[in-house]
Design a protein around this ligand. Structure first.
Ligand code: MLT
Length: 257
């Protein structure tokens, strides 16, 4: 598993969204690594990590992350954050390995399962991407929904760079993640089990995991803080890094110990 490991201090782990890679956290790694040890892996099938054939369940990707922590000898509970698919993996990990977690950060994500049509669409895209041998069909479907209109108009360089990265994700990785997301369980009924302090972040223009769902998730979590990020769509850490970094640092510095 490829990963970034930067800084020293309490460990912060960041899990990227689909079909991206750890490079999406560049601004957060820069800002947080002054006070924390930031670990950002490429999840299975993404970035520089291997892309085996098969279905990548959120639980199997959570197991990969715990295996990485074990390999690095990190036994103390960590602050774990994830964006969108990374958030699904975060929830799977927190619920399976609560003893490994001291705090949770859920960015532009949700706790619900796919509706049947959404799951069927993912299967269609998975098959197309495998037939084509490249991820373009899935990337073209997701890109229009990823960014706030202002980001597209004012920051075409960022949009182009992220699109290029998504295009490099191997077809097997894209298909495996789509199929895994399609069968992820609804975690709504289990949110009450998450006793660790949790930060819920969402872009005000997020069209994929909109603010009302994020707000409801925050309300159902026992110890949560909710932050709405202005001037951002689904990719808040890239679209408005200053506001996201401020929210993450305020949350992390407020944790005990
Ligand atoms: C992501 O950003 O990881 C994806 O939009 C998640 C999803 O497709 O549900």
């Amino acid at each position: 598993m490829a990963f970034t490991d930067q800084g020293a201090g309490p460990v912060v782990v960041l899990l990227h969204g689909f079909p991206l890679n750890r490079a999406m956290w560049a601004e957060q790694v820069k800002a947080l690594s002054a006070s924390y040890r930031v670990i950002a892996p490429d999840l299975r099938g993404h970035g520089e990590s291997p892309a085996p054939n098969g279905v990548y369940t959120m639980e199997s990707m959570a197991d990969d992350v715990v295996e990485l922590l074990d390999e690095l000898g990190i036994n103390e509970p960590v602050a774990l954050g994830g964006l969108s698919m990374g958030g699904y993996v975060t929830l799977a990990l927190v619920l399976k390995y609560p003893e490994r977690i001291r705090a949770v950060m859920l960015l532009d994500t949700r706790c619900t399962a796919d509706a049947p049509q959404a799951a069927a669409d993912r299967e269609k895209f998975a098959q197309t991407v495998l037939d084509d041998g490249h991820p373009t069909a899935a990337v073209e479907a997701i890109v229009p929904k990823l960014f706030a209109r202002a980001t597209i108009e004012k920051n075409p360089g960022l949009v182009g760079m992220l699109e290029e990265r998504m295009e490099k994700t191997p077809a097997a990785g894209v298909a495996g993640a789509l199929r895994g997301m399609a069968i992820r369980p609804d975690q709504t009924g289990r949110l009450g089990e998450i006793k660790a302090p949790t930060l819920v972040i969402v872009g005000e223009h997020d069209a994929i995991t909109p603010p009302d769902g994020a707000r409801a998730m925050a309300d159902a979590l026992p110890a949560s803080r909710y932050v709405l990020i202005p001037d951002a769509g689904h990719l808040t850490p890239c679209e408005n890094p200053a506001a996201v970094n401020e929210a993450l640092l305020a949350f992390l510095s407020g944790l005990n110990g």
